[in-house]
Write a protein that binds this ligand. Structure first.
Ligand SMILES: [Zn+2]
Length: 407
């Protein structure tokens, strides 16, 4: 493959802001990063030049669910499972790449696991996907599709959101369920340790799982070198989750001072999901999930100020939470949480890669790393919202290959 030379007016990653950058890419790796005058562009290089544009590392979303659904209230999805699978693999993957998102974590659902396999095999084009497969939940918990008969949920019929909870109660069953997930080659384990924002029978403050059950799951996952991510909101469930050895808390926006201190001490990473609440609040201000809205931004600021590693996550599921919408999360970090655009971009790139555990290979634009990057015809430091304009995202490279090019 010819060397690519990418020339822009600015480069921003979590480590630097570089004016007039030139980035050389050979095959799937970044081979040199410099500026006009201090870098030799090989004679036969393919030149990709766009002045007034900014280069960023590929964007990261650490909380999506490939449901393949376009329904807005998908409690009981009527669309066929097979059709949704095709939609997830062909359209939802494209929507992510089109928005400059080159790495995602699918935090629960078999469809995400199948799409990951199809992308890895080169059957479809998509972002890098780390998939959790079925997420583990106690009976009656947030991962139990409570509107369906229990027997259907236990059988794992794919009628729900496509998130496909695996019910597991008690230490032996939690251990077995974790091993089942590992057997199906998941990249990490997702568990539900507290109620849900919009749950019918288990409000978000309810702790789900005992610390012993959580320890049983994390013990096995860590033996296999896999991280565990837990869904929870309130202090008691966060306390059990973190003491139980969980690596990543998602949501977590009701943490109090004590649990923030605990997360800091244990090095727990956190993936808040603000944009889902922003959209619910916009569309259905009377809904239960909307009750979380008022405190979410001040609480997330506390988490950031405590020095925790925060990463972007959206809880995108399709429908009213369209794929490729994680750039709204960046706007909320700036406009509502009060961070600088540079801080928000670091959260949306390198921090997400840290949560995925791939910071030695991705997350910044440095020599030797894989070439995942985005060229946008604007400056997100001036206006973070520009990232939401897909037409301004002109060029997206994943693993050295152009997956979007409208230059
Ligand atoms: Zn989720």
């Amino acid at each position: 493959m010819r060397t690519k030379a990418i020339i822009a007016s600015k480069l921003i990653d979590a480590t630097q802001i570089l004016e007039k950058p030139i980035i050389l890419i050979k095959n799937n790796k970044i081979t040199e990063v410099g500026q006009k005058g201090n870098i030799d562009i090989p004679k036969n290089a393919e030149i990709i030049e766009e002045l007034d544009s900014t280069i960023l590392p590929g964007l990261v979303d650490c909380h999506v669910h490939f449901t393949g659904s376009e329904e807005s209230k998908p409690k009981l999805i009527k669309e066929e499972y097979e059709t949704r699978l095709i939609n997830a693999a062909t359209n939802q993957t494209k929507q992510l790449l089109n928005a400059g998102i080159t790495s995602v974590m699918d935090t629960g659902g078999l469809i995400g696991l199948y799409v990951r396999n199809a992308v890895e095999k080169g059957i479809v084009e998509g972002p890098r996907i780390m998939a959790a497969g079925r997420y583990l939940s106690p009976t009656g918990g947030h991962g139990d599709n409570q509107s369906l008969p229990l027997e259907w949920v236990k059988e794992g019929r794919p009628f729900g959101w496509g998130m496909d909870g695996r019910l597991a109660d008690g230490v032996p069953e939690c251990m077995k369920a974790t091993r089942e997930q590992l057997r199906s080659r998941v990249d990490f384990i997702k568990i539900v340790t507290g109620g849900g924002g919009g749950s019918e029978i288990d409000p978000a403050w309810i702790p789900e799982y005992t610390q012993e059950e959580i320890e049983a799951i994390t013990g096995i996952a860590h033996d296999w070198g896999r991280k565990v991510m837990a869904h929870c909101y309130f202090p008691e469930s966060i306390r059990r989750t973190v003491n139980g050895g969980v690596d990543i808390v998602t949501h977590g926006n009701r943490a109090d001072d004590e649990t923030i201190k605990l997360m800091k001490k244990k090095g727990t990473q956190i993936v808040p999901t603000m944009s889902v609440y922003e959209r619910i609040h916009e569309l259905r201000p009377e809904s239960k999930a909307s009750e979380m809205y008022d405190t979410i931004f001040t609480n997330i600021k506390k988490l950031y100020e405590a020095g925790l590693t925060l990463a972007v996550g959206t809880d995108t599921m399709g429908g009213i939470f369209p794929f490729g919408g994680s750039t709204l999360e960046l706007e909320l970090y700036v406009e509502k949480v009060g961070l600088s655009p540079f801080e928000a971009l670091s959260i949306g790139t390198l921090n997400g890669i840290k949560v995925m555990g791939k910071e030695d290979k991705l997350g910044t634009i440095e020599t030797g790393k894989y070439a995942d990057l985005v060229m946008i015809q604007d400056d997100p430091l001036e206006d973070i919202k520009c990232l939401q304009d897909k037409d301004k995202i002109k060029y997206v490279l994943k693993n050295g290959k152009a997956v979007k090019n409208t230059l």
